[in-house]
Design a protein around this ligand. Structure first.
Ligand SMILES: [Zn+2]
Length: 144
């Protein structure tokens, strides 16, 4: 039996098939494993692997989240998938290192993050949705 979180993720992916067909189709999306849970900030709802572009979500953070917010989360992470897939393996390695050693206070201002938040804003505008908060508040619930 799929949980309601799984159903919402599946529905979000379905929507992204038309909004971001280049990445929504082939990207692996699944719950975080124990290692990801250990290294990702505990308030992160989802992360994108800097190596594969695959997306892992935190089921306990997703619990109770509205469908619109989960759609937005997925659009954000798929933007990162797109960024990663456009990089060569050495480039992925270098940007992974750079992120690991940059202060987390810089998180919201990384170019990759700005682009991902812009994806969320553009969607919200286009669909006439209200946004959860400003860019800073959103940053608090996401990891790279
Ligand atoms: Zn991000």
């Amino acid at each position: 039996m799929p949980s309601s979180v799984e159903q919402k993720i599946a529905l979000a992916r379905q929507k992204m098939m038309s909004e971001m067909p280049d990445v929504a189709d082939k990207t692996n999306i699944g719950p975080m494993n124990w290692l990801e849970k250990a290294i990702v900030p505990s308030n992160a709802v989802a992360v994108t692997s800097p190596w594969t572009g695959g997306i892992s979500y935190n089921p306990s953070m997703m619990e109770g989240r509205a469908q619109n917010d989960i759609d937005s989360d997925l659009a954000h992470e798929l933007t990162h998938t797109r960024q990663i897939k456009s990089q060569s393996i050495p480039q992925r390695f270098l940007s992974g290192l750079k992120n690991a050693f940059s202060p987390s206070s810089d998180y919201n201002w990384r170019p990759n993050e700005l682009e991902a938040f812009q994806t969320e804003k553009d969607r919200a505008l286009k669909l006439g949705l209200s946004q959860e908060g400003d860019i800073q508040l959103q940053g608090l619930r996401k990891a790279r």
